[in-house]
Design a protein around this ligand. Structure first.
Ligand SMILES: NC(=O)C1=CN([C@@H]2O[C@H](COP(=O)(O)OP(=O)(O)OC[C@H]3O[C@@H](n4cnc5c(N)ncnc54)[C@H](OP(=O)(O)O)[C@@H]3O)[C@@H](O)[C@H]2O)C=CC1
Ligand SMILES: CC(=O)C(=O)O
Ligand SMILES: [Mg+2]
Length: 626
């Protein structure tokens, strides 16, 4: 007879005594002031406990082990694991490898024709088996990034009220003012190192989606893990709900956020202050806070306000700048021109456009060009037309001022392109289709190799499609876009346009920042990231029409960016993790998430001699002890 009660009885007792000695405290992670708060939280799961010389991998037993996405391995649990954990019999007889499960994931996700259904399948997988989800994502990034990220994540946000199933991330509402720390305390993980936060006011180019914007922090943090190997339990998505000005949502019975207009002004600012302080109180000064998809009237202010007092960056301003400048570096290899020889025109003068322009200027200044000359090369258009100092309504917001020119106002983009004759045209306006065929043809008439970036997301908001760009320039355009476009064939040549998206940048920057415990994030780190990315672009990439390496190489790129950021952190005295590692790659690699299953068995396990029933596949271990 199979002596299951004996085996499980002993195991449970061991774990129970371990829990009694050190409730909720991991042996791999000493208690700190910030974890002390978390340690009171009964939801925290203990994954490792030392009992004498036995390392017990988990005290979550039975069905709860399978129900915990962080512990679940599905049919990949071995017979020993099934017996020890008390889940023997709770699953079918078959044993699968993780590779077999990955094959099944591929078949399962491809059964769906609608991208939103693929998104739901992947969300469900993440809720069910986290390690399998991240391995699947990281090994199929070309196919899966458009699902968990732009463009499909935009649709998921638009349908958030309909598809919302299980909590993922933290919702902090304006009604929690005065108690934000208490809300953050409810997050079950004690060791959060990175937060992506949005208030939902400018979700991609889709506008104000209020609480439905939660899909963005969730998607960005999924890429933290899949693309940079940052451990998922260290990542926390947060949605700050201060209401929405989107009338459709306010009237939508399915909307799940606060049903009120946005709180603004002093009350809003104080609330964000309280949020920042609460994060530091719970998780420490070095917690990385990535601002994402805030309205630009807040994004620039908060970046200025917090950049020197918190470990923070704004992805839409700085991450986007970094990826676009990398594309521009790569473009120089085709055009043979320096930045100072380019004339730039931006359609859009918001977070992305100003961020890119400022970093281009920084790059030019680093090449010996004066600040004034660098700025003089950059022209910008906002919703009212060309940025000029002679505008009738006078006032230009601070961040636009540096790029306003002393010329007569102009409104029409076609006329502006005609007049300025830019070599580089960058769209970050969320105004779909504003790069008309005429504009593209003018770019081609004025340039042997015109550079055109249509960076707006999702796909429906792009300034032009890849097809339009190549068609209207006889295939001479050097093109990239924020969301992916399929290859385009002109004559006998097929072009594979690259994706100019900050996803190439933020995971690697975050890894370097987290690992070094950096206090503040200087712009230099984004220029370093830009150069690392540009250096990785091969001649073959350029030849196939892409200014960026294939998405499948982002994991290696993230590592290189993280190494550059790490070096910068120590060089500038911003790191707080000492001593400085000599072999930075090895040191970073040692901290990465393991996408492969780990054993759920104790490391040292004295297997009791006992009879058993051979009901399932014969495993080597059981064969040995028979
Ligand atoms: N590829 C990538 O990695 C990224 C892409 N993006 C995308 O870029 C787009 C813009 O984002 P962001 O800069 O943060 O948004 P902002 O709201 O900060 O900026 C949008 C800018 O576009 C201007 N604008 C709007 N309509 C027009 C028009 N018809 N013609 C010219 N200018 C116009 C606005 O003018 P005004 O100032 O007068 O309102 C504003 O300056 C979004 O679609 C976003 O998804 C953003 C970040 C990263
Ligand atoms: C990519 C991104 O951050 C955006 O479109 O907002
Ligand atoms: Mg964004």
């Amino acid at each position: 007879m199979f002596s299951r009660p004996l085996l499980y009885g002993n195991f449970s007792k061991i774990c129970a005594s371990a829990a009694a000695r050190q409730p909720h405290q991991s042996v791999t992670q000493p208690t700190t002031a910030s974890t002390a708060v978390a340690n009171n939280n009964t939801q925290i799961r203990e994954y490792h406990e030392v009992v004498g010389d036995i390392l017990c991998p988990s005290q979550v037993m039975g069905i709860d082990h399978i129900r915990d996405p962080r512990l679940n391995k599905g049919l990949a649990f071995t017979l020993e694991e099934r017996q020890v954990l008390g889940i023997h019999g709770l699953q079918p007889a078959r044993f699968k490898t993780q590779e077999e499960q990955l094959e099944l994931c591929k078949i399962a996700v491809n059964r769906y024709s609608e991208s939103l259904n693929k998104y739901l399948y992947l969300s469900d997988l993440q809720d069910r088996n986290e390690r399998l989800f991240f391995r699947f994502l990281s090994e199929n990034i070309e196919e899966m990034m458009p699902i968990i990220y732009t463009p499909t994540v935009g649709l998921a946000c638009q349908r958030f009220g309909l598809i919302y199933r299980r909590p993922r991330g933290l919702f902090v509402t304006i009604n929690d003012r005065g108690h934000v720390f208490d809300v953050i305390k409810n997050w079950p993980e004690p060791d959060v190192r990175a937060i992506v936060v949005t208030d939902g006011e400018r979700i991609l180019g889709l506008g104000d989606l209020g609480a439905s914007g939660m899909g963005i922090p969730v998607g960005k943090l999924a890429l933290y893990t899949a693309l940079a190997g940052i451990k998922p339990h260290q990542c926390l998505p947060i949605l700050i709900d201060v209401g929405t000005n989107n009338i459709d949502l306010l009237e939508d019975p399915l909307y799940v956020g606060l049903r009120q207009k946005r709180v603004v002004g002093r009350e809003y600012d104080d609330f964000i202050d309280e949020f920042m302080q609460a994060v530091v109180k719970r998780y420490g000064q070095n917690t990385l806070i990535q601002f994402e998809d805030f309205g630009n009237h807040n994004a620039f202010r908060f970046l200025d306000k917090y950049r020197n007092t918190y470990c923070t960056f704004n992805d839409d301003i700085q991450g986007t700048a970094s990826v676009a400048v990398a594309g521009l570096y790569a473009s120089k290899r085709i055009t043979g021109r320096s930045f100072a020889e380019y004339t730039f025109l931006f359609a859009g003068a918001g977070e992305a456009a100003i961020g890119i322009a400022d970093l281009v200027v920084k790059a030019m200044v680093a090449e010996g060009v004066s600040l004034e000359e660098a700025r003089s090369k950059i022209w910008m258009v906002d919703i009212d037309g060309l940025l000029t100092t002679t505008r009738k309504d006078g006032n230009l917001e601070g961040h636009k001022f540096n790029y306003a020119k002393e010329v007569e106002p102009m409104k029409n983009l076609e006329d502006i392109v005609d007049k300025i004759k830019p070599n580089v045209l960058i769209g970050a306006s969320a105004a779909a289709g504003i790069f008309t065929p005429k504009i593209l043809q003018t770019m081609a008439a004025n340039n042997e190799r015109p550079v055109v970036f249509a960076l707006s997301n999702p796909t429906s908001k792009a300034e032009c499609t890849a097809e339009q760009a190549y068609q209207n320039t006889e295939g001479r355009v050097i093109f990239s876009s924020g969301s992916p476009f399929p290859p385009v064939t002109i004559g006998d040549k097929t072009f594979y346009p690259g994706q100019g998206n900050n996803a190439y940048i933020f995971p690697g920057v975050a890894l370097g920042v987290i690992a070094t415990g950096t206090h503040h994030i200087p712009d230099d780190m984004f220029l370093i990231a830009s150069q690392e990315l540009a250096n990785y672009v091969s001649d073959a990439d350029l030849e196939r029409g892409s200014l960026y390496p294939p998405l499948s190489s982002i994991r290696e790129i993230s590592m290189r960016i993280a190494m550059g950021v790490t070096k910068c952190a120590y060089d500038k005295g911003l790191a707080s993790t000492y001593p400085e590692p000599q072999d930075k790659r090895k040191w970073l690699e040692e901290q990465l998430y393991n996408f492969n299953y780990e054993s759920s068995l104790p490391v040292t396990w004295v297997w009791p001699r006992m009879p058993y029933i051979k009901t399932r596949d014969e495993s080597p271990l059981l064969a040995a002890i028979k």
